[in-house]
Design a binder for this molecule. Structure first.
Ligand SMILES: *Cc1c(COP(=O)(O)O)cnc(C)c1O
Length: 768
């Protein structure tokens, strides 16, 4: 984008006066933020309009979650005007950094939603015609605070700062029908800017509204009650994001959200095609759909329904769906696989249910009748099975994960349709996750190999021969990033972290399979060794956690409480103060991640092997020059392939071993044989920590006494974990150690979301 300072400032002034009746001198932060954003929106409009006019085949990415984070800095970077706008604002005495207070658009839970956001950015940067379709939640993922170590949740009022990066498109509103109500879906379009290439794609988020505005006339005639109730119900559909990550909640409101989103999106697509005079049988020539997990899978029966309403036969409609739809699986965890009660579904969406039944009949006529293939069974609808049966392609998100799909959870389907299954390893956008969050490291790299890597991350390998030259600069920048993070943590969490400590980081959603518990127990292990005098030379380390627990996930909340208690114990102990600190940061989100990832020395990726489909946090750390302390799980496997296993720290049971161990596993025996481990585990119940609610006792039970104790092999992997962790912490600081960090940077090329979307485009979408 071409930038003219005077013109830009005039546009900002114009917006301030028109929208807020104020001027540059008197505007507050919020007014300035809105005016700056709107001034830019006005300028990019022609490019956006041009992108929308193209009749090339497009991909529509359907996702219940888009974890976008803060828009303004990323948009300025991609428009190529970050420095220009910084300068223009400085010339009128304003600091662009003040917008760091703007709320994130946290319309997602974790990795799955962040992946969708990275893919939109990468597709625009690679000139791929990809649009996002989702839900404009009024409240995003809850805001987390800690009180006395317990998680508290507050509504996330992300629109408090306004939403200048969206446009409400009234003319494209559609109606969505449920058995008991009809609501209006109004789209809000967000521009997605390619990196310095004038491409503008669209994220279209639907907001639910009543079909008719509140009717005062009939209300006055005392027929108002029902209307008022409809008003209430309509907006409720898009009120709030369900805060569950990797678990499914069978709430009818959730089903309403899912249908609302896919019905509105498909009506949008069909209307566009009809407006262009297209035969809907040819839909797959114009559109391909990617279903991000099972949340949007109702799109399949909904498109069947719509196409038949438009005059196609069932077989014709089925043929269209079989070519147009593709499905990404994100997890193998049983509790995450979506299942809906058939009666509830048919009550709410009879027309859609009818289509699912018809698909089931078609499946029965095609597949072996040995009970392995079903969509509806025992009055339960299995959404993943519906997706696999109909979709052209089914993909896992890392090599190890796709192999588990083929050989384990979907092996029967793989036997029937081997050609459907493909792997597309996840990726992250290097713009947000290096250029934007770590400009000083980016500048070091630019200085040695130029800027090709900004849009071709594989080019980072050209940096290898320069590693010895830049070791000093890398250390300096890492030190500066750590000092900044320490200051931020001091201000926001009230905890002192000496910047010269090793920053050992585990940030991600709180889940038992991710094993924050393993990390916590290791801290107690080292703490006890330091206290007893057995370890007098422990390398000074700050253990940094960040994670939200789903509000209804008891054990996850208990683990947060446990780690907060450990933090209190450790941080108030003067004897160990020279060796360790522990902090659990509140409200971990994309903006916090940007600050943490560039300042980390250790990336904890310690899920039980087989459980983390891919992970993308691991890739962010790698790209920023952090070694991984991890299991051979998800994309960690490929990180080791790319960077060399000797440049990371791997421990624990492998997928194959996990299966074997589970057959004879006795966590009791393991604890009894290991006094140091036993001491750490017993802190849950021995009075070390107050436990007035009995939460810690429950954690103790989950490790040792419940049926199927220690499901995620925390105790089994403990020994290997502390061994490798200590080795890592002792290696820290040498030139050899920093060389490992930089070998990870040089090897991160594969994990660009640019590569991922290119793979999707080539192998699945067939778009250019
Ligand atoms: C990247 C990211 C995640 C995903 O992290 P994993 O370690 O892959 O689970 C979750 N939340 C936020 C805010 C992120 O930026």
């Amino acid at each position: 984008m071409e930038f003219k300072r005077e013109e830009f400032l005039r546009a900002v002034e114009g917006c301030l006066s028109a929208e807020f009746a104020t001027d540059l001198e008197r505007a507050n932060k919020k007014e300035l933020y809105n005016a700056v954003s709107k001034a830019l929106m006005e300028q990019i409009y022609p490019d956006w309009e041009a992108s929308g006019r193209s009749e090339k085949k497009r991909c529509a990415y359907f996702s219940a979650e888009f974890l976008m984070g803060r828009a303004i800095f990323s948009n300025l970077l991609n428009l190529g005007v970050l420095d220009d706008v910084t300068g223009a604002l400085a010339s009128v005495g304003e600091d662009l950094k003040q917008f760091e207070e703007v709320e994130d658009a946290a319309l997602g839970n974790g990795g799955l939603g962040r992946l969708a956001a990275c893919y939109l950015e990468s597709a625009a940067s690679k000139r791929l015609p990809l649009d996002g379709y989702g839900i404009r939640y009024r409240y995003g993922l809850f805001r987390q605070t800690f009180r006395d170590g317990y998680q508290h949740e507050e509504g996330d009022d992300w629109l408090r700062w306004g939403d200048p990066w969206s446009v409400r498109v009234e003319r494209d509103a559609v109606e969505v029908r449920f058995a008991d109500q009809t609501v209006r879906a109004v789209p809000y379009d967000m521009p997605i800017f390619g990196y310095r290439n004038n491409v503008v794609n669209t994220l279209r988020l639907w907001s639910a509204e009543p079909v008719q505005a509140f009717d005062f006339a009939s209300f006055n005639e005392m027929r108002g009650e029902n209307k008022a109730a409809d008003n209430f119900n309509a907006t409720k559909i898009t009120d709030v994001l369900y805060p569950n990550d990797n678990t499914m909640v069978g709430k009818i409101l959730r089903l309403r959200q899912q249908y609302f989103m896919v019905s509105a999106s498909l009506q949008d697509v069909v209307r566009k095609l009809k407006a262009r005079g297209k035969d809907l049988r040819e839909l797959p020539r114009s559109y391909v759909f990617q279903l991000n997990d099972t949340h949007p899978v109702l799109a399949i029966p909904e498109l069947l329904r719509i196409l038949q309403e438009e005059g196609l036969s069932f077989d014709e409609a089925f043929a269209v769906c079989g070519q147009a739809f593709n499905f990404t699986n994100h997890t193998i965890m049983a509790e995450a696989l979506e299942k809906w009660d058939a009666l509830a579904l048919s009550d709410l969406l009879p027309g859609v249910y009818e289509q699912i039944v018809a698909v089931q009949q078609r499946l029965e006529s095609e597949a072996p009748a040995d009970g392995r293939y079903y969509i509806i069974r025992d009055n339960v609808v299995h959404m993943a099975n519906l997706a696999i049966y109909v979709c052209a392609k089914v993909n896992g998100v890392a090599e190890i994960h796709t192999n588990i799909l083929k050989t384990d959870i979907f092996r029967d389907w793989y036997e029937l349709y081997p050609e459907k299954f493909v792997n597309i390893t996840n990726g992250i956008t290097p713009r947000r996750w290096l250029l934007l969050n770590n400009p000083a490291l980016a500048a070091i790299i630019d200085g040695k190999i130029g800027t090709d890597w900004h849009t071709d991350l594989k080019a980072l390998k050209k940096l290898k021969p320069f590693i010895p030259d830049i070791l000093g600069d890398f250390k300096r920048v890492k030190g500066e990033n750590k000092a900044k993070l320490a200051a931020y943590i001091k201000e926001h969490e009230g905890v002192d972290i000496p910047p010269h400590f090793i920053f050992d980081v585990q940030v991600k959603r709180l889940h038992e399979y991710k094993r924050q518990m393993l990390n916590a127990l290791s801290i107690l292990y080292f703490y006890h060794k330091i206290k007893s005098g057995e370890m007098t030379d422990f390398p000074p380390t700050a253990f940094i956690f960040g994670a939200k627990a789903a509000p209804g996930y008891y054990n996850a909340k208990a683990i947060i409480k446990f780690i907060n208690e450990i933090a209190r114990l450790v941080n108030s102990d003067e004897e160990v103060a020279p060796y360790m600190r522990v902090v659990f940061v509140q409200n971990y989100n994309v903006s916090y991640a940007e600050k943490i990832v560039c300042a980390a020395d250790v990336s904890e990726q310690i899920s039980m092997a087989g459980m983390e489909a891919s992970g993308t946090g691991n890739m962010k750390f790698m790209l920023n020059g952090t070694v991984t302390l991890g299991t051979l799980d998800g994309a960690n496997v490929e990180i080791c392939e790319e960077a060399g296993r000797n440049n990371n720290y791997i421990f624990g049971a492998t997928v194959e071993e996990v299966a074997a161990i589970k057959r004879f596993y006795s966590p009791r025996e393991i604890v009894e044989q290991d006094p140091a481990l036993k001491r750490a585990v017993e802190t849950l119940v021995d009075g070390t920590f107050p436990d007035e609610k009995g939460m810690l006792r429950k954690l103790h039970e989950s490790l040792l006494t419940v049926h199927n104790p220690d499901r995620y092999l925390v105790l089994f992997d403990f020994n290997d974990y502390v061994r490798v962790k200590e080795e890592l912490l002792r290696d820290f600081g040498s030139d050899a150690y920093y060389t490992k960090c930089l070998m990870n940077v040089c090897s991160a090329g594969k994990f660009s979301a640019d590569r991922s979307v290119n793979d999707y485009a080539r192998l699945i979408w067939k778009i250019r």
